[in-house]
Design a protein around this ligand. Sequence first.
Ligand SMILES: Cc1ncc(COP(=O)(O)O)c(C=O)c1O
Length: 387
Amino acid sequence: MSNQPFTLRHPQLLIRPLVHDLHAYVPGEQPKIKGLIKLNTNENPYPPSPRVLAAVAAAVDGRLRLYPNPTSQALREKLAKLHGCQPENIIVGNGSDELLALAVRAFVEPSKGLNAIFGKQAFRIRTIVQYFTPSYSLYPVLADIHGAAQNAVPLELDFSLPSLAELKRRRQWDFGAALSLVTTPNAPSGRGYQTAELERLCRAQKGVVVLDEAYADFAAENALKLALEFPHVLVARTFSKAYSLCFQRVGYFVGPPALIAALDKIRDSYNVNGLGQIAAVATLEDLKYYEANFKKIIATRAWLTAALTELGFRVLPSQANFILAHPPLLPAQAWLQKLRAKKILVRWFSAMAVQDYLRITIGTPDEAAALVNAAREILAQPGLPTA
Ligand SMILES: Cc1ncc(COP(=O)(O)O)c(C=O)c1O
C-alpha cells in the first residue's frame, strides 16, 4: 500500500509558522533527586496548613466525577471580603499564568495583518505588550504566542523603576501600550517598588496595566488598592508562593468589573480545578498559619543575605521569597554547577542583565545553612583565584 497521503501531510507543515518558530517558556527544573535541596523555583519551603490538607483529603471521593464550580464562586466571595471589594472585581485562574495569558488575548490586538483587517483604522488599535527587563520571562513568550508586538524597556542598573520623567526623557516606554506588565516586587531581582511610584506610572498609562504581585506577601507594601481605584489597572496574585499551593494552580486578578468581565468571557468554562478551589478557600480560613510562615521566610532571607555577604557575595535587597546574589571569584554559571554537584539547586538565567547572578529561593533555616556551608566549601577548594 502506498504511504503517499501521509508524506504529503508532514507534521511540521501542519503547524502555524508562529507556533513552529516560537521559543517556548522554560520553567525551572523539577528534578526528583533524593536529598536535593531545591531552591530554584521560589516554592514555599513550608507545607500547606493542616486544615488545608484535611480539606483537600476530605474532598477526594465520589464527587471527583462532577465538574467544579465554573466561576470559583465561593473562593471569589472570600477573596472579595479579604480585599474589601465585590466578587465582580475578581477572576480566578489556573495559576496567575493563565490570567496573564488571558490578559494578552483580551486587551492586545495581534499586530500581524492589522492593516489588512482594519485599514486606516489600524492606528487606533492598541497592539503593544510592554514590560520592563529583567522581569518575569513568561511575558515575552505570551506576546509571541499571540503574535503581538512587544516593547521591553530596561530597568535601572540596580533594578529600580526608572522615574516617570526618565521614562519620558528616554522615549522607550510607550504610554499608549495596550498592556503593560509590571512585576512588583520585581522578579528575578527581588527589588520592591513603592505604591506611590507605581501609582504615578499607572496614572500616565493609557492602556491596561497589570501589576503582577506574585511575591507581594513577602514585601513591606503592596499596590492592591490601585486595582480598585483605576479603571485600567489589574493586580495579579497567586496562591502558589506565599500560600504553598503551586501544585494546585490557583491565581487571581483583582480589578475593575469591566476588565474582569472581558477576561471572564474568554476563559475556559471550568478553568480552575475543584480541589484547587477547595484548597484556596481553606487557605483563606487559616491565614494566621501563613502569616507566621511569611515571618519565618523574611527572617531566613535576612540571615542568608548576611551570611552570603560575609562570604563575598553581593546580595541585592529583596522583598520576595528569593534573593539575587552576585557570587565571588567564579562566574555565576560555574557556581550553579558546583552547587548542583553538592545537591543544591538554584536558578541561573542567561539574559545579559542577570547572567552574573544566581537567584536563590529562601528555604528553611536548615536549607539556608546548607547552602552557606556548600558555598564556604566551594570557596575553600584549591585552585580558585583569590579575592
Ligand atoms: C512574577 C511571577 N508572576 C506569576 C507567576 C506565576 O504564578 P502561578 O503559579 O500563579 O501561575 C510567577 C511564577 O514563577 C512569577 O514569578
